[in-house]
Design a protein around this ligand. Structure first.
Ligand code: BMA
Length: 307
């Protein structure tokens, strides 16, 4: 089982005429809404600060970009950039999970030069965003993503307390209590492709068998790859299946090389007409698309899940 690369890859490149996105465009979110693909992507330009751009498409391959970013740093908590958007529609409103990277931080710095925060913002039009706040502060936490509906009356989010994937619950998307957080799974013991670190990819896909979660990981060799697992529908902290084999890994020149080598990194896997569309950053530099039929991915998880 392996995702199939689109023949027109890479499908989005840096725009050399635009100061804020002339260096890198990567790690996009894509939602399919009212017959259009809506992309939010991370971009870096002359100042190397990450901003979030927006583009729209009829076919999910050719894009029309908005000339200005839709989300930019606003204070010390995100002065180094806003990164890695994951957008989801819940009950008719759009929510974006993104990572704020700033010079101002709580406690110890979590990354070189500052701290990071897993943030949530809200929008009704996908263009103007209102910040709601972080899930946690003062720790190495990113790769957060909301489930597309409430479960047992609460909003649920996956997040990553390095190197594990965690579950968190909230009544209002603003208050996230430590008591409502629990680990789901971590790096796989042994020397597998995901033996060092794991994190969620895009919004979990609801199926009759459970939540299909595409995730990324790396092992000793630090090559980012994708895997897939199945979480219980009502209790998503329960991993039902987790195949051993990865489903995608760097192969193209623009995945093996780039701003950061050996990286495929995905924040989005919308299902359109039964096809899972995996949008991903290659080498932290350009954007690619790989697909597979949802039924095939589900079969793979069910058959190989205890590998
Ligand atoms: C992760 C994230 C991603 C990035 C990846 C590879 O920690 O910061 O934004 O694509 O590293 O550099």
């Amino acid at each position: 089982m392996k995702l199939k690369r689109h023949e027109q890859n890479p499908i989005l490149l840096p725009d050399l005429t635009s100061p804020w996105q002339c260096a890198n465009v990567f790690n996009p979110s894509v939602v399919y809404h009212n017959g259009l693909f809506h992309m939010h992507y991370r971009a870096q330009g002359l100042d190397w600060v990450s901003r979030i751009g927006y583009a729209v498409s009829m076919d999910g391959v050719k894009w029309n970009r908005l000339s200005q970013p839709v989300l930019e740093p606003q204070d010390g908590t995100d002065s180094r950039g806003v990164e890695d958007p994951r957008v989801v529609e819940i009950n008719g409103r759009f929510y974006m999970c993104y990572t704020a990277y700033g010079r101002e931080f709580v406690g110890q710095p979590t990354h070189a030069g500052g701290g990071i925060r897993p943030m949530i913002a809200r929008s009704d039009n996908l263009i103007t965003w209102e910040r709601l706040g972080p899930i946690v502060t003062g720790e190495d936490n990113k790769d957060h993503v909301l489930f597309p509906r409430l479960i047992n009356g609460r909003y649920l989010a996956l997040h990553r307390r390095w190197p594990h994937i965690w579950l968190a619950a909230s009544d209002d998307l603003r208050t996230w209590r430590e008591d409502d957080m629990q680990p789901i799974f971590g790096p796989r013991p042994g020397n597998s492709w995901d033996s060092k670190s794991v994190g969620a990819n895009g919004v979990p896909i609801e199926t009759p068998h459970g939540w299909l979660l595409l995730y990324h990981g790396y092992g000793e060799d630090h090559v980012y790859q994708f895997g897939v697992c199945l979480l219980d529908l009502d209790e998503p902290e329960r991993v039902v299946k987790r195949p051993l084999a990865p489903i995608f890994w760097p192969e193209e020149m623009w995945e093996l090389r780039g701003d950061v080598p050996n990286v495929v990194f995905s924040n989005a896997n919308p299902v359109v007409n039964g096809i899972v569309h995996v949008y991903y950053g290659g080498g932290d530099h350009v954007i690619g698309l790989a697909t597979c039929p949802l039924a095939e991915l589900l079969d793979f998880v069910m058959m190989e899940g205890n590998g």
